[in-house]
Write a protein that binds this ligand. Structure first.
Ligand code: ADP
Ligand code: MG
Length: 682
């Protein structure tokens, strides 16, 4: 008998060939298949008479083929089928390209449903390449039709037919993971109904019910999983750190820590002295001074006789951290080293050897810290900076270099609390909600492209005052590695240098440059050897040049709010009044609204909430969170209330039944969900 782990090739009606196609989507088992949810739906329930069609609109029509289709060969590889269909109200002329098999299938005198964009008027219409189906079949038309994410060689029809077969073959064996009590208390439909209607909804209402149930289930299982991870972690015992005199560290700083920084340090030290591994997120807006919190923890750990590592997402950042922290910490007796991708092999080898021998106390670096043979004598603390850029897996790989090291995660992206609950469900959170004294908010303007002359004049004026400016060229996140990025940046820099600012020093930096080149450019900029730095979003994260007082963002509409906030955070870090100019010609209303938010507030948390409201959670999830169980159905932008319900339900269930003995199906699913992450997360 089939169960959900059955390979799809054994499902009646699927067979070897379709199974191979489905494998391209990663769909291998029956369970995978029925959980391959539609991306969206098309409502094709309404059938329209030809005479009632509207020019330019998509509609479904039931019509009879009037004469045999005519095929004409237009040119090599291009065949055209023309066929006329009629009903009582009008005539529909239909064309298909390269679908010659339809010639045999569209029989004169027979009635079909055609679905496509209608063009024409007055009872005479045309449709190009409509969806076509025999009347009464109700597979592709006459219903709410699922639209699935596809891969080459797997069509919508293959998928929906396979899923139909899949659902039919597991109607009786679908495990109900939600205990009846919870299901009823939260007005959730049964699992069978949910799967049936998420794929083949009977009505919009049925679809909504199905979606709600499946989203709840997803959030519920995730909540339980995260709670259990936390419990497991809290059950681990490690040697508590000693109380340590921090005064020498504080005295060595060129400034006094803010109260908020102090609080974060205190909370972290308390964790490390508690006897269970710290797993803390330190969240603070850009410029709030997270680095010094990390430094305090590093100092504390090293004074406890163990090692610490700090991992940054980019070479530039790692180097900057090293340059900022090493002089301070070395003075206090901490032996520091830098380890990045561009560290020469010989140096890397000797650093590794010293780390393994315990002759170094603190390693700063990129993920070079976790690759290959780097070993640590006694790694007690792992700090990851700008954690958004790292997946859980990378974080965990560094932790695996020690035996339950304490971990501190620094996030510069303010994450709305609701999301933090999910993203960091297994972390304790400290918030630095205060900026160092003397900061003035960055004045922000949103202007159209016609303002370029004025913007250039403004750059010139600030440079004359001794300040520096960033100019960000647009790059879409996915194109980060694309070659045209290089072109955009270099060309724009050249243009500025030659045509606009021949007397100023213009430099550029982009992600395609070698780490060493990037560093050289950034170092020169930090040393005020250049006035204007044209850049991609490589400067988005963490770079600190206090003398830079202007951030110009071209094509600002291309960036998400949180990203703009990060970019803006590159200025306003010193004592000078700083400015941010967002240039965009977009007329899109949502974009205008987004840019307006930037001019109104500098509060990162508010901006993040707005971003969430305007764009959904795209900025927060996505590829950056490798290893985090992703959502198939739940959408945190709209399911916040459901998330709360699911979390309450999860809490109550675990209270009653910590081992989940009463719902083994749920236990199995959670096990599967976390199997990838769990050994690494602990
Ligand atoms: P972020 O939280 O964005 O990582 P940084 O740690 O880079 O912020 O700190 C931003 C700047 O503020 C740095 O130049 C740092 O030296 C400075 N800074 C940090 N803490 C304080 C403080 N308490 N008082 C004054 N300046 C501070
Ligand atoms: Mg930082």
């Amino acid at each position: 008998m089939a169960d959900l782990s059955t390979n799809v090739r054994y499902i009646k009606g699927i067979g070897e060939r379709r199974a191979q196609a489905l494998a391209k989507l990663g769909v291998e088992t029956l369970g995978d298949l029925i959980a391959w949810f539609p991306r969206r739906y098309e409502d094709r329930t309404v059938l329209c008479p030809i005479g009632a069609l509207t020019d330019g609109e998509i509609a479904c029509v039931t019509a009879m083929i009037a004469a045999a289709p005519a095929v004409s060969h237009i040119r090599k590889g291009m065949d055209l089928i023309k066929v006329r269909a009629v009903d009582d109200t009008g005539v529909l002329d239909i064309t298909f390209f390269n679908q010659t098999w339809l010639k045999e299938q569209l029989l004169p005198g027979e009635t079909y449903v055609f679905c496509g964009r209608a063009e024409g008027a007055g009872g005479r219409f045309r449709m190009a390449s409509p969806i076509v189906e025999r009347e009464g079949l109700r597979e592709l038309t006459g219903r709410i039709v699922p639209v699935y994410p596809l891969a080459a060689g797997v069509s919508q029809l293959v998928l929906s037919r396979s899923i139909r077969q899949g659902l039919d073959s597991c109607a009786d064996i679908m495990p109900e993971v939600l205990p009846d009590g919870i299901r009823q208390a939260h007005a959730l439909c049964r699992i069978g109904y949910a799967y049936e209607n998420i794929h083949f909804p009977e009505s919009p209402e049925a679809l909504a019910l199905a979606r709600r149930r499946l989203a709840f289930e997803e959030l519920f299982l995730l909540s339980i999983g995260l709670r259990r991870l936390r419990r497991r972690r809290e059950a681990i015992r490690v040697n508590p750190c000693r109380k340590t005199d921090m005064e020498p560290f504080y005295r060595a700083l060129p400034f006094t820590l803010t109260d908020a920084q102090r609080r974060c340090v205190e909370e972290s030290l308390a964790d490390m002295r508690s006897g269970t591994p710290m797993n803390r997120l330190c969240q603070g807006d850009v410029g709030s001074g997270k680095t010094m919190v990390a430094a305090a923890c590093v100092y504390f750990m090293v004074k406890n006789g163990r090692q610490a590592a700090l991992m940054a997402p980019t070479e530039i950042l790692a180097r900057q951290h090293y340059q900022g922290l090493a002089p301070l910490l070395e003075k206090l007796g901490v032996r520091c080293a830098l380890l990045t991708g561009s560290t020469p092999a010989k140096t890397k080898k000797s650093v590794s050897a010293q780390l393994a021998a315990g002759e170094l106390d603190f390693a700063v670096g990129t993920h070079a810290l976790i690759t290959g043979g780097v070993e640590y004598a006694d790694l007690g603390l792992v700090v990851t900076d700008e954690q958004h850029r790292f997946g859980v897996a990378q974080r965990a790989a560094l932790s695996a270099k020690g035996s339950h090291p304490h971990t501190l995660v620094m996030s510069a992206t303010p994450i709305p609390r609701t999301l933090a609950l999910i993203l960091y469900g297994d972390l304790d959170v400290s918030v630095i909600d205060q900026l160092p004294p003397g900061r003035r908010p960055v004045e922000t303007f949103s202007v159209p492209g016609s303002y370029h002359p004025r913007v250039y004049k403004f750059i010139r004026q600030l440079v004359a005052e001794g300040r520096q400016a960033y100019v960000v060229c647009p790059v879409v996140e996915e194109d980060e590695e694309a070659p045209n990025q290089r072109k955009a940046v270099t060309e724009y820099a050249q243009k500025l240098q030659k045509e606009i600012f021949p007397d100023l020093r213009v430099a550029f930096v982009h992600g395609k440059m070698k780490a060493r080149e990037k560093d050289a450019v950034m170092t020169a900029f930090a040393a005020r050897e250049t006035d204007i730095l044209v850049a991609t979003t490589v400067i988005e994260v963490g770079v600190d040049v206090p003398n830079a007082a202007l951030m110009v963002v071209e094509n600002a509409e291309r960036f998400g709010l949180s990203q703009l906030h990060q970019l803006r955070g590159r200025v306003g870090r010193g004592a000078h009044q700083s400015y941010c100019v967002l240039i965009s010609d977009s007329r899109n209303e949502e974009t205008r609204e987004r840019l307006k938010v930037m001019t109104k507030t500098t509060d990162g948390f508010r901006i993040a909430e707005e971003d969430l409201r305007l764009r959904g959670h795209g900025d927060f999830f996505g590829q950056r969170q490798h290893g985090m169980p992703g959502f198939k159905i739940a959408d945190l932008a709209q399911d916040i209330q459901l998330l709360r319900e699911a979390q309450d339900a999860a809490g109550e269930l675990l209270e009653r039944d910590p081992q989940l003995a009463s719902c083994p199906a749920a236990a199995d699913r959670i096990e599967a969900l976390f199997s990838k992450a769990s050994d690494t997360l602990n």
